[in-house]
Write a protein that binds this ligand. Sequence first.
Ligand code: ADP
Ligand code: MG
Length: 708
Amino acid sequence: MRPSILQPLFSDVDTLKGIGPRLRTLLTKLIDRPGEVKDPRKIDLLWHFPSGVVDRRNRPKINDLKPGELATFDATVLAHKGPKFKGKARFSNAPYRVKLEDSTGEIDLVFFRIDPRYIERQMPIGEIRYISGRPELYADKLQIPHPDHILTKEEFDNFPPLEPVYPLTQGLTSKTLQKAMSQLMPLIPALDEWQNAEWLKKNNWPDFQTALKSIHRPNEIEDISASSPARQRLAYDELLAKQLSLALVRRELRAKKGRSIKGTGAMREKIINALPFSLTGSQSMALSEIYADLESENRMLRLLQGDVGSGKTIVALLTAAAAIENGHQVALMAPTEVLARQHLESLEELAGKAGIRLGLLTGREKGKVRKQILLALKEGLIDCLIGTHALFQSDVLFKELAFAIIDEQHRFGVEQRLALQAKAGPLGAELLVMTATPIPRTLLMTNYGDMDVSKLTEKPAGRKPVTSRVIPIERLEEVMSGLKRAIQEGAQAYWVCPLVETSEKIELAAAEERHAHLKQLFGDKIGLVHGQMKGEDKDKVMAQFASGHLPILVATTVIEVGVNVPNASIMVIEHSERFGLSQLHQLRGRVGRGERQSSCIFLYSSPLGATAKARLETMRSTEDGFVIAEEDLKLRGGGEMLGRRQSGERDFRVANVPGMQELITAANDDVKLILHSDPDLTSDRGRALRKLIYLFECDEAIKLFRAG
Ligand code: ADP
Ligand code: MG
């Protein structure tokens, strides 16, 4: 159970005054909560931090008002002077004026196209109002057009002199959000301190309540900056919560019995003999680590990290074979249909030679076909089921599932991982997670602290370096003529269209436009794939491209992960400045896989911001995924948010701050100390830490609390 002191924070926003269904929907859009579930709760709003402040501390008398200088003052309403209306008309282009006075002078507020009834209600003659706005000179006289705020004394008393400015979403006004936030302030509870007292003092960090309040009700402009003590503290809170819960889960898993799987080696031998290449050193190393895990009585939870093209698939097949030799079944999960199919195709031949029976289950297998697959699975006629999310469905039952391999895991949630475990009976499934995104060491601690890690560091023999160039879009023609030459020589190219964070529609429109343009230049054989296409259509185009039938494939970012077309040697990325580093790296990894000298062209639009410039320079200068990942974290730690949609690191609510890496390392040490001195979290600090884990919704650990 969530501690009762936190309960109010987790109730729905619709219990706030002024938030009805329409605004609730807008708030749902606004909040940036990891995962799929999206019921907006108060805590989600509290994690929605301001991006700036408006300083309303300037409090002159009317006489001292200066043109252009934002001022907040109180005055008595003297008179209204509005345009005359004929008939039912309520709006006019003539200005509506309200005269105010204080002990030093008079000033007019001016409104255009406004309903006079509204203004009359807001400013009755003879009453005092608090006005905040920017005076302007008009015909030698100062006036204030459309003040930002017109407040009663009571409203003013609740009004922050440093007004936070929040990121908004279309249809949601700043005033509405402010009102909601004001109601939230008294709900922020004082909680028992979970941080080490000396550590707090050393960093000069405030307590939790003060910290969170000062971000929404700053006393100084600096309070909202990502390097303020308040923000740093909350970032550390989140990192500590995550790492502590991962450590708890890991400890729990270690204690759990799994299966001891030691195959005969017969199938593996057949596969190895059929391989047209020999394994790289790091493939062999990873394999022996995984075999050892399978063999041990503990349940395996291992992450296999290997850059794009480092040869993870064959590792997956060989480890699956080990379990199958032992009479078990294996599930191989891919994040997309395209990838699941590709896995099937690339493994079919080798699996066949070893006598491994593969099956495929995606959203597309329906009705009779699906029934047959499910039946075969239950009877043990399928040894390895390859599939997508469709594998999680409750009627997918195995005879003897013992091992699950999840490719590109950042697309799957913890819940799904657990659902899969449940299909493997009381002993659970041995779990191997594969990712092509090299993860910086520090992020490994926060996101995968519960896992053992194997790394594929070498690229398979025969990979050639990719030439990378960064080119402004103004030189598009040059790029086109280069492309033309290459295609005449038989090369194939990917053309990736700009990422549009806010709208898939615009993204699609851009891709269609570029598709049409390229068709004009190069003729009809230009493919197009995008996220809104049906799976079958997508596959068809991909297959045509893979078979060499289409020289150019225009794509939105759906091709990002895992697609393998060795003859494609050119990658053009439009608006590359909008992509995150890890995405760019993934995209570039699509080429450099065949015989041809490959190249990657990063097109950009000027002017480039400093971060974008640094990002593209990194891409130009290195192909090492681990270097790129470290650089990515450094740049993003500075508040860089672009590229998050697909970058996978969406799990942080507040921890993206400068100095994040140091905080992560510190939290890692902290966790070790905590678990050493208070393994069951029963001390005062331990109990406070449990609340912290609830506060940041570290579900995996929370389940443990429930169980114990
Ligand atoms: P990824 O790690 O991106 O999933 P893949 O497993 O798809 O990479 O491997 C990419 C290509 O490299 C495949 O065509 C595969 O057959 C080939 N490959 C894998 N291991 C080796 C190796 N040791 N030597 C040569 N080629 C290899
Ligand atoms: Mg792969």
